[in-house]
Design a protein around this ligand. Structure first.
Ligand SMILES: [Zn+2]
Length: 415
């Protein structure tokens, strides 16, 4: 039974890697990830050879996705470059990495990711990412393009009104949404109560709050009993939104009743669950005035992400035209002049490639789910939580996001 043994060994290494990543982000880089990447890679090579022998279990589809994606992401050439960039961004020295040093590394990383994906028969690295997350590339692109089309005008108005630029984005959004400090755990308990979910699940969650921590990060060192969340203190609606978003990441782990590979997650599912909880929390814990402002902020962030994704898709094809492509896409929000090579510092171009669309799709899935809940269950949020737990969280990776949302989102209208 190669499969059981593979699954057991993979999960051990998978959670060890998550733990290491957590410690690096919490305490500053102590230890690189190269050696654990190498061990996972060797295991995946063995797994690939045996993959075709067992197709009966629901986990074999997941194993196939995990192996195909992992053979690229954990390949020493890919992970070695990625980890060098990760350390440059997050090293305790705290100095921003220099653009001229980073640019060839980021472009080189795109090149090797594409090469290794093609070796496995995919068109490109983005194609590999979409396919191993059960997404249709055409549908993803269409969904993001439609979101952008229908919100760009409104977003442009907000961006101009508040003078939002690439350099001041996060600081300005914090300033315009200042509120009295909120205790994150009080907020979490209140939110779970409003959604009719038990607060007992919080026993499996470590919450770290600190001014010097990342504004939001969640991982699981074991599912469902050791989930870890870090956030900054809440002094603004934006940070409150982030705190609720991170709880959304944590909640699906905390309610996952599966075992083995089915306790892992795809990026699209993970992010959609986070955006869903974020949007429901704005609707259930804020008064009308704060809610409108928080939703406006969320909308401009989604528009920025949609532009970032469209730019990235073109960049994968033509990295040599980065500057021109940046100008073309970002002129939509008046940022054409800020171009140069600043895109190199965007971690979605290196550490989390082909990822930023997840937030935009998350917004679409969240809106459709909220509509569905109102239509089928009525307007009392205290029964919504139970529906989400039973329909989205409970069976972890057993069904893909598209399967879980088949009655909620009409995926076929896209693409
Ligand atoms: Zn997230």
């Amino acid at each position: 039974m190669w499969f059981c043994e593979f699954s057991k060994q993979y999960m051990k290494l998978f959670f060890a890697q998550q733990k290491k990543l957590w410690i690096n982000y919490l305490k500053g880089y102590e230890d690189g990830l190269d050696s654990i990447n190498a061990r996972i890679y060797q295991l995946l090579v063995r797994g690939q050879k045996l993959m075709d022998q067992e197709k009966k279990r629901p986990e074999s589809g997941v194993a196939e996705d995990v192996i195909r994606r992992g053979l690229v992401d954990h390949h020493p050439e890919v992970s070695g470059l990625r980890n060098r960039i990760d350390e440059a961004f997050f090293s305790p020295a705290g100095e921003d990495p220099s653009l001229s040093e980073l640019k060839p590394l980021v472009i080189g990383l795109m090149k090797v990711r594409n090469e290794h994906a093609r070796r496995q028969g995919f068109e490109s690295y983005p194609d590999l990412v979409f396919r191993t997350e059960s997404l249709d590339p055409g549908q993803v692109k269409d969904m993001v393009a439609r979101y952008l089309d229908s919100h760009i005008e409104q977003a442009y108005g907000v961006i101009s009104k508040y003078g939002l630029k690439q350099q001041n984005w996060f600081q300005r959004l914090r300033e315009i949404s200042r509120i009295r400090p909120v205790d994150p755990l009080d907020l979490y308990r209140c939110l779970l109560g409003r959604l009719g979910l038990s607060t007992e699940v919080l026993d499996g969650l470590q919450v770290h709050v600190g001014e010097d921590l990342l504004s939001g990060f969640v991982t699981a060192a074991s599912v469902p009993d050791d989930v870890r969340l870090m956030i900054k203190p809440i002094h603004s609606l934006r940070q409150m939104t982030t705190a609720c978003h991170e709880l959304g990441h944590a909640l699906h782990h905390l309610h996952n009743a599966e075992q083995g590979l089915l306790t892992t997650w795809s990026a699209i599912y993970d992010e959609c669950m986070a955006v869903l909880l974020e949007r429901l929390s704005l609707q259930t814990v804020l008064d009308d005035c704060d809610r409108r402002l928080a939703e406006k902020i969320a909308m401009v962030e989604n528009v920025r992400q949609a532009i970032s994704f469209s730019f990235e898709m073109d960049l994968w094809e033509h990295p040599e035209h980065a500057d021109k492509l940046y100008r073309r896409h970002y002129s939509q929000i008046g940022w054409a002049e800020d171009s140069h090579d600043a895109w190199v510092l965007d971690t979605f171009r290196s550490l989390d490639p082909v990822y930023v669309h997840n937030y935009v799709i998350g917004a679409v899935v969240a809106d459709r789910t909220a509509d569905h809940l109102r239509r089928t269950l009525g307007c009392s949020p205290d029964i919504w939580g139970g529906w989400i737990r039973d329909n989205y969280y409970f069976d972890g990776r057993r069904r893909s996001l598209r399967q879980k949302t088949a009655d909620v989102v009409s995926w076929s209208q896209y693409g």
